[in-house]
Design a protein around this ligand. Structure first.
Ligand code: 5AD
Ligand code: SF4
Length: 440
């Protein structure tokens, strides 16, 4: 048998891309490729790209620029572009960078091994279709390798919301939910391979409505309840949610299920009703606050994370002040904030921009508040005993790194044999990006 070929995958963007990269690597594994950590010795380089903001797309072209010499030195090395830039730009990528062999959109991943084989005689292969078949079931499974304790699992993909700034409805397509039985089978497989914590992924994950075994459409709460019955699966998270898709049964699930982590990513984007309307968010700041109230009523230890865009076209100082007021009112455990980036093909693309220096200043102001809140939340953990899922060995001997219910990295002393266990840890200190504790 010939030596396995080596595949290097570089991933940008959201957790769904991380999941997709794993699945593509598994699919290529079935075609004789094994993963490598460095591009230098790779026989194939796959860039899994993000198109959400302009900077994210540019990163792919700079990376291709860097890979040029590598390809000149070894023309047999395959270069593939996957993900949302692949979907949005298609064959244009090969026109700009002719050294690219394969361009595959997020809905056609199961065809990747075949596409790579077809490109063997120097042909260029592009597939950005949205095929009918379920790419997840069609992806060939690799060998049953042991997995890290925390894993992602895509349950829903695409978005029908059409926020005026967002490319997702175009790059990932319409909302599609995977059937319950397939998700449970995949979850069971992951648990057998050592997974203890699952994060269910979807662009609008709380709009999940996959076909259940009874023929009815199941809600996310029903799916979570079913997953919570799996022995060995100890923690369940889901992301990303939309405020308009919160439902009574999801609040109830949070109240009843200990396995459902008390941490929710719930983007609002802006605290100004005028801007929310211009963004086509179809909710107000108040309805958003009401969702949080209900979540906290169901689960008093619930913490929030969010996403914000500053400098959306038309945003005035007053609108921005509304955003700051909302941020202070919620007190986020963590939040992501971005300067608006006009994306071709989206409704807001042609609108007049807020001057860049104004947007930049607002971003700094918002980020200072978010960082202060994040720090205060992290510091409030000192003196508490938290259940920590041990994920890997630390840099120092005898030390491990785990994750709190709120996704804080926690360092403490414990044997490497504790990896995969949930250990009660008393938090003694808070560093910049992590907590330190002692196993109880
Ligand atoms: N400009 C800036 N930020 C954006 N996001 C999505 N589209 C844009 C854009 N055009 C942000 C939103 C979203 C997160 C994933 O990225 O905050 O929730
Ligand atoms: Fe984009 Fe809005 Fe859909 Fe989120 S809900 S993916 S921001 S269009």
């Amino acid at each position: 048998m010939s030596a396995p070929k080596k595949l290097f995958v570089k991933t940008w963007g959201c957790q769904m891309n991380v999941y997709d990269s794993e699945r593509m690597a598994e699919a290529m594994g079935a075609s004789g490729y094994e993963a490598t950590e460095s591009a230098d010795d790779a026989d194939m380089i796959l860039l899994n790209t993000c198109h959400i903001r302009e900077k994210a797309s540019e990163k792919m072209y700079s990376e291709l620029g860097r890979l040029k010499e590598h390809k000149l030195a070894r023309p047999d090395v395959k270069i593939g572009v996957a993900g949302c830039v692949a979907q949005a730009e298609g064959a244009e990528i090969i026109r700009r960078q002719p050294m690219v062999d394969v361009v595959v959109g997020p809905q056609a991943y199961h065809r990747l091994p075949d596409m790579v084989a077809r490109s063997s005689n120097g042909a260029k292969v592009v597939d950005t279709e949205f095929p009918e078949e379920d790419k997840f079931t069609r992806l060939p499974r690799g060998p049953k390798a042991r997995r890290a304790p925390a894993a992602f699992l895509t349950v829903q993909e695409g978005c029908d919301k059409f926020c005026a700034f967002c490319v997702v409805p175009y790059t990932r397509g319409a909302e599609v939910s995977r059937p319950v039985a397939r998700i449970i089978a995949e979850a069971r497989d992951l648990v057998e391979r050592g997974v203890v914590e699952l994060t269910l992924l979807g662009q609008n994950v709380n709009a999940y409505h996959g076909a259940g075994p009874d023929g009815e459409a199941w809600s996310l709460a029903q799916l979570v309840r079913e997953l919570a019955r799996l022995d060995g699966l100890e923690r369940i998270r889901y992301t990303t949610s939309h405020p308009n898709d919160m439902s009574d049964d999801l609040y109830a699930a949070h109240a009843e299920l200990d396995k459902l982590m008390p941490y929710l990513h719930l983007p609002v984007q802006s605290g100004s009703d005028r801007i929310l309307k211009a963004m086509n968010r179809r909710h107000t700041a108040e309805t958003y606050m009401r969702v949080i109230e209900r979540m906290r009523a169901a689960r008093p230890d619930m913490a929030l994370s969010g996403d914000f865009i500053v400098g959306f076209p038309g945003e005035s100082d007053e609108d921005f002040a509304d955003t700051m007021a909302l941020v202070k009112e919620v007190g986020y455990g963590s939040a992501f904030s971005f300067k608006y980036s006009a994306r071709p093909g989206t409704p807001a693309a042609g609108r007049e921009l807020v001057p860049d220096d104004v947007a930049h200043e607002r971003l700094l102001t918002l980020q200072a508040q978010i960082t202060a809140d994040q720090f205060a939340f992290q510091t409030s953990m000192i003196g508490r005993t938290l259940p920590v899922l041990v994920e890997k060995s630390g840099r120092k001997a005898g030390q491990v790194i785990g994750k709190s219910p709120y996704l804080h990295a926690v360092h403490f002393e414990a044997p490497a044999t504790s990896i995969g266990q949930i250990v009660p840890v008393r938090i003694v200190a808070s560093e910049k990006n992590s907590l330190t504790g002692r196993a109880e």
